[in-house]
Design a protein around this ligand. Structure first.
Ligand code: HDE
Length: 693
């Protein structure tokens, strides 16, 4: 067990044998309030009822003002090779293992909102290092909407539900947001990312993570490197289809939360590589953008990522509130070897995070909440305040002192004391954006240039949808004008979709044709189906051997198969054997699975091809461009669906648009099916309109 888990264990409690009050008095009757006679008034003296109701009345703390909806997990970070040339941070030394707690979140929705809303995802990591806590409080998108923290309350007011009627929930598709954005050109780069499939992730374990701001690494010699933090998921980056994300919101609003929980319970531990892009202090002057501007990324092709270690999440929390909800992150929690830059967005955040914990967690002692405690000893002269847990001994609570031998004493730099990087400063007091922050369109164009055609189309579709929900026409026109500064074709396509006169000529820098493959999800796919879920649709008389062999294959690949039939209980195979049904058809939906397998078996197929729910299931799989497989008679189900113009075979192995058919399962069939599951088949999007619903 790691140090953090051991520490937490001291605070965990099983439910126990005897029911008692908080004062430890045994409760004899937990069903009836004490009253003056059976039908008389309740007695104020009933301390058991009073204590219980009072505690209940105070169960809630304010949700986070942003990132209210989140899910957390424990794990560890393990450093690869030494990177002492760039940082003296102890936890990054070769082979070191550090406990972590990670919280993923959406930004705009309330605590009870649906997981699959279109939104940026928070990606906050607490590293419990031996030199204190380092929090990397990042997102799944490498840039931000604004350049200066003073704009943050406006941005968040604009995106959250509108104040007069508190709608819409967890959605940016409304007038206030686009009114603000249309008047904030610096947001355009981020808008391209938020309208891409990155903002509707398939899984929290299939997202990249970014520190966004430029931080500093400081080595033992005191030299500074400017760095950007990155996390790359082992499973690759995958998104949902918008229609699918919307349907998941109704079918399973806890989709991401459950997916993370189940992956860990099943032993498919989510994993990332953690690394930095690093440049020597001074080299930033050669770049075409300002490293202090959080709306800019550093193209990976120009400044490659140096991988420093891997992070694995391998333990679910014991209690959501105590751990995930009470976790208090702060980008200002850094350890020696890591320091800040003057990014004005970061500087504002350094104020905001402690401030927000004071109201959310009720006072200055939130660092004593078990999930927030460092694993190394911490001593100082901070005392008292609401809910103080530590019992500090002795009479001395000040420094310098002689009565306690001057302790706790300041720590010299070579013993791990934090020393700020001595960046030279000399300037006049101003309120002014630097000129170097003023190019808002070039990197937005770089992002769009780097997309594959389907990825670009999805951005067009998303913006057409979002603006389609906006009622004020002048906002439409203003947004199209911004798009025309990024990519003329995109602007024309969106204008056409939302009834705006398309711009006649491009206002974009057409000579800028640079691309960065690292920005595309499609161009960086991985050959894995680990943690994917496959639905197997059956009725009595199905081909049991096919189901058994496929299930075994999927398991060997780390994927999960679920047998779905009309009712729970046992279902009979054609050879007379039986199998247990995992889920009944009315409790599931195609959008909750990555793929569908239809086994043969004449009786089963005859039953299934007449069920609307089955045909709808298959249609949805097709519409959302997911892998589909059928063996033997089951191609009849495909034929009965609305899928047209696909090459099937009930004898030979055929693969067409991610639809794999064969007479029976075989190694070749499995390989073809794996390829079909691991990615989406965008060529089908041309035929999407013919699928009802
Ligand atoms: Fe945050 N942000 N933020 N933010 N942020 C909060 O702190 C804030 C920003 C991020 O799982 C709050 O504890 C300001 C960028 C994450 O608990 C609050 C500004 C990035 C989380 C706050 C930003 C983030 C938060 C609300 C503009 C990516 C969730 C609750 C200057 C690098 C952490 C809380 C968790 C949470 C303020 C911008 C990431 C109010 C003022 C940029 C992942 O303090």
């Amino acid at each position: 067990m790691d140090e953090k888990s051991k520490q937490l264990k001291n605070h965990t409690k099983d439910s126990g044998e005897k029911l008692t009050t908080n004062q430890g008095v045994g409760i004899n009757d937990n069903q009836n309030t004490a009253s003056a006679g059976e039908r008389g008034p309740s007695l104020l003296e009933d301390f058991i009822m009073r204590e219980k109701i009072t505690h209940f009345d105070h169960e809630r703390v304010p949700e986070r003002i942003v990132h209210a909806r989140g899910s957390g997990a424990h794990g560890y970070f393990e450093a690869y090779d030494s990177c002492e040339d760039i940082t003296k941070a102890d936890f990054l030394k070769k082979g070191k293992k550090t406990p972590v707690f990670v919280r993923f979140s959406t930004v705009a929705g309330f605590r009870g909102s649906a997981d699959t809303a279109r939104d940026v995802r928070g990606f906050a990591i607490k590293f419990y290092t031996e030199e204190g806590i380092f929090d990397m409080v990042g997102n799944n998108i490498p840039v931000f909407f604004i350049q200066d923290a003073i704009k943050f309350p406006d941005l968040i007011h604009a995106v959250k539900p509108e104040p007069h009627n508190e709608v819409p929930q967890a959605a940016s598709a409304h007038d206030n947001f686009y009114d603000f954005i249309s008047l904030t050109p610096e947001a355009m780069h981020m808008m391209m990312w938020v309208m891409s499939d990155r903002a509707i992730p398939r899984s929290l374990s299939m997202m990249e993570g970014f520190g966004i701001h430029t931080f500093r690494f400081i080595n033992k010699a005191g030299e500074s490197h400017l760095v950007k933090f990155h996390l790359k998921p082992k499973l690759g980056v995958h998104g949902l289809v918008w229609d699918e994300a919307v349907k998941i919101m109704g079918n399973d609003p806890d989709f991401h939360r459950k997916d993370l929980w189940e992956a860990i319970e099943d032993g498919h531990f989510p994993e990332w590589e953690f690394g930095v892009q690093a440049i020597k202090e001074g080299e930033e002057d050669k770049l075409s953008f300002d490293v202090l501007d959080a709306t800019k990324l550093w193209p990976e092709e120009e400044i490659p990522i140096r991988m420093l270690g891997k992070m694995v999440l391998d333990r679910n929390p014991d209690n959501f509130f105590a751990e995930t909800e009470q976790a208090a992150f702060h980008p200002g929690h850094v350890v020696p070897g890591i320091d800040f830059t003057n990014d004005p967005l970061l500087q504002g955040r350094l104020f905001s995070y402690t401030d927000t914990q004071l109201i959310r967690l009720g006072g200055p002692n939130f660092a004593e909440i078990p999930i927030n405690r460092p694993i190394n000893p911490n001593h100082n002269n901070q005392r008292d305040g609401y809910m103080r847990q530590t019992i500090n001994k002795g009479r001395v609570n000040y420094e310098p002192n002689s009565l306690a031998d001057g302790k706790p004493a300041e720590v010299p730099e070579d013993k791990g004391g934090f020393v700020s990087y001595p960046e030279p400063m000399s300037s006049v007091k101003v309120r002014k954006r630097p000129e170097s922050f003023k190019d808002h369109y070039t990197q937005a164009r770089l992002f769009v240039n780097s997309m594959t055609p389907p990825e670009k189309q999805h951005i067009i579709d998303a913006l057409s949808f979002e603006l389609g929900k906006v009622e004020h026409k002048h906002i439409h026109a203003k947004m199209v004008d911004h798009f025309n500064h990024i990519d003329h074709d995109m602007a024309v396509a969106i204008a056409d979709n939302i009834g705006v006169t398309p711009p006649s000529s491009s206002a974009a820098n057409e000579d800028y044709t640079k691309t960065s493959d690292a920005l595309s999800m499609e161009k960086n796919q991985k050959d894995t189906i680990e943690a994917r879920k496959v639905a197997i649709l059956v009725a009595d008389g199905f081909d049991g051997a096919a189901v058994e062999s496929l299930t075994k294959y999927l398991k060997s690949q780390g994927a999960k198969a679920e047998i779905i039939a009309k009712k729970l209980g046992m279902v009979k195979a054609a050879d007379g054997s039986t199998m247990e049904v995992d889920k009944s058809l009315p409790t599931v939906d195609a959008v909750l699975y990555d793929s569908v397998f239809l086994p043969g078996g004449a009786d089963s197929v005859n039953t299934l091809k007449k069920q609307g729910a089955i045909l709808y299931f298959v249609n949805q799989m097709y519409k959302h461009c997911k892998g589909i497989a059928a063996t033997g008679e089951a191609i009849e189900i495909l034929k009965a669906s609305d899928i047209k113009d696909v090459n099937y075979s009930n004898t030979d192995l055929k693969e067409d648009q991610g639809i794999v058919t064969a007479g029976e399962t075989s190694d070749k069939f499995f390989k073809a099916y794996k390829d079909a599951i691991k990615k989406r088949h965008w060529s089908r999007e041309e035929n999407q309109d013919m699928i009802p619903a």
